[in-house]
Design a protein around this ligand. Sequence first.
Ligand SMILES: [Zn+2]
Ligand SMILES: [Zn+2]
Ligand SMILES: [Zn+2]
Length: 258
Amino acid sequence: MQITFLGSGTSHGVPMIGCECQVCLSDNPCNKRTRPSIAVAGPSGVILIDTSPELRLQAIACGLKRVDAVLITHTHADHIFGMDDLRRFNDLSNSEIPLYGVPETLEDIQRIFRYIFVPTQAGGGKPRLTLHPLPEQMELCGLHVRTFVVMHGALPVQAFRFTDPHTGRSAAYVTDVNFIPPEAEQHLHNLDLLILDAVRYEPHSTHFGLWQALEAVEKLQPRQTLLTHLSHHFDHQTLTNQTPPNVAPACDGQQVVV
Ligand SMILES: [Zn+2]
Ligand SMILES: [Zn+2]
Ligand SMILES: [Zn+2]
């Protein structure tokens, strides 16, 4: 499978509006972070995780031309406000796109994007989505997908493990997390790639700080870890120097073959 980091930034993005810190003013392209999302290309299609507010810009920047299914982690604005850009993928594939979420997620999406799901006048078009409750396990785009819950403060968030049945290789996407419950941990062993939330150095009430993320890495021992949901507290190069050799900050546009 191939994973593309469409966005590796926290909810404010980097640079942050009106901030003149060294990271926000930096010329390093890896210090320019759009809101968090990845695309997972399996043997028979592409799974998009979340629809960030910059989905259009991300798709153009990364050459993303197809989306066969969408998985939603949770309905915070930084994870869903690009929903309308899915229209273009409907047009490209000339088909509806299945979107998977837990019941609360599907309810939120129908409320927040009400126009998508009610009859309206013909206009610029609307995303054509079919909503599906997220199963614990499913086969999607030629990958085995395992879903489990991690905690984002008091809010349960969906995390995903993708396994390619032909190669046996696995990657997990665990964003917006400040606590990994033991039931979730069992799905995070023997990973070739772990994509993990680290919003800043210090702990945060709803996200891992760097030291907590590194503690989780130490415990779970994935072969490689890429940190995401990064804020302007992190300079890409500085953080790269501070992390162990098999742990690094992700960068927008980065592609990893697992
Ligand atoms: Zn977020
Ligand atoms: Zn800044
Ligand atoms: Zn969130």
